[in-house]
Design a protein around this ligand. Sequence first.
Ligand code: NFE
Ligand code: MG
Length: 569
Amino acid sequence: MARRLTIDPITRIEGHLRIDCEVDGGKVTNAWSSGQMWRGIELILKDRDPRDAWVFTQRICGVCTTVHAITSVRAVENALDLEVPLNAQYIRNMIMCAHGVHDHIVHTYHLAALDWVDIVSALEGDPAGAAKLGATLSDYRANSIPAITAVKEKLGSFVGTGQLGVFASGYWGHPAMALPPDVNLLAATHYLQALEVQRAANKIVSILGAKTPHVQNLAVGGVANPINPNSQSTLTLERLFAIRALIDQLKDFVHNALITDVAAIGALYADWTGYGAGVTDYLSVPDLPLDTKGTTFELPGGFVPASGIADFQAIDSYQDAYFRDGVAESVKHAWYDYSGPGTALHPFDGETAPNYTDFQDDGKYSWIKAPTFHGKRAQVGPLANVLAMVAAGHEPTTRHLNRLVALASQIAGTEIPLAALHSTIGRIAARAVRCAVLLDSLENQWQLLVDNIARGDFDTFNRPVFPKGEQRGFGYHEAPRGVLSHWVVIRDGRIANYQAVVPSTWNAGPRDDNDALGPYEASLVDNPVADPDKPLEVLRTVHSFDPCIACAIHLADADARPIVQVKAL
Ligand code: NFE
Ligand code: MG
């Protein structure tokens, strides 16, 4: 008999996401994704100075801390046709790479790993066995027997006192947990080490952006980092070399622990390459501009349709009409009203009129709008981006992906095909690949900045000028969770309309005008559920997207009611 599951909030994510599933015969037969809060940042921006918008939009989220700032200044620059000095592009690019690396490390370990790694089983692991296993996968120095023994003792003392702390309500011993104790112990070791390592990425963001979360150094037209080799109070070579050392530390961990852990989890949960594909039209955007106008980029992006990477359509500039004209948002199933007939609206004409009507399975049930690209639902995120970068022949992406797949094939003892990426595990694997790619890019952008300064170019800012009349602009960024775009209409120097179409909006959105399921919903259909009282498998697939509901809605249920029916760590 079909049973309805309501998981609210689904935790270890950012924000209030409610997932409803119908489960029948041990698998999910229908699903609903619902954002449970509303904020209204887009309304707060009305009539303000466009130069200030980035400071407000950055408060959409404290997880993707910089992305709404960068996308906002890009949208205003696009409206004004304003070029951005090369130094400013490189500094922004380095901040975005470091932030992305941070975000992917934290997601992989602290937000997703415990869906796969059993902390209690790790206590039965043998440090010598775990160290030996680690040595077959990489030469990571921190895989030593003393380091792993120290972690085992730390975990043991938690469990011995009966106070598991953040680990208290995990699904330990769940029948879907399949890793041997030594693998659990090795991954648990990296889970704790990752808490230290992630700080290195954040230090880079704060050296360049003045603080994190929420950088302070942006401006419409550039950045507020003065460059002067003769002044200690500016961006000096000393600071740049401190960043270099942090990059090396991050590379050691990402190449030798994160990639290998993800390969091991992928290989030992190979059945999960058969679940969670969902929407297989993928959208990403190019990023890391290499010129002042945004016509060449270090990282490619574009649309990969369900038919495959051979049909990849690149998006290739900040003026790209294919992207600009392709985005729309539907509110047929979201708690908003549109003033015209109930069809999807392009973000330049977007409206934000909330109208809460309770949760209706066939009607409105979410604060998240449903975005479409040329009329279709699209999945966004690292998987979309990795597929696009492979389609575009991006060498570092292909290299890191091949290494991860080769490692996974070695552990599994069988060749893992690329098609396995269209899955729950594939999203996690692609995030690891993108993390390694971003580190390569961070290094490259560092070199570009140093070389440009050495040529005597210290420019970081072009002053914006706002003409009378109306200008429209859009900015995009390949954020950690995927395509982020901001859309601004400026009238006589003031914001007339502002819309943010956000990665988690693409993925967590409800059904659209055609009642087509959103990516979370579609990916849940046919997921196995061994025990409906402990829906670990639902968490696995939802968490693999790295949900951020604060971002998705950016716009709170005033009558927050306790409707939790199951517990989820
Ligand atoms: Ni709040 Fe965000 C990212 C943005 S998500 S985390 O990445 O934009 O949708
Ligand atoms: Mg929006």
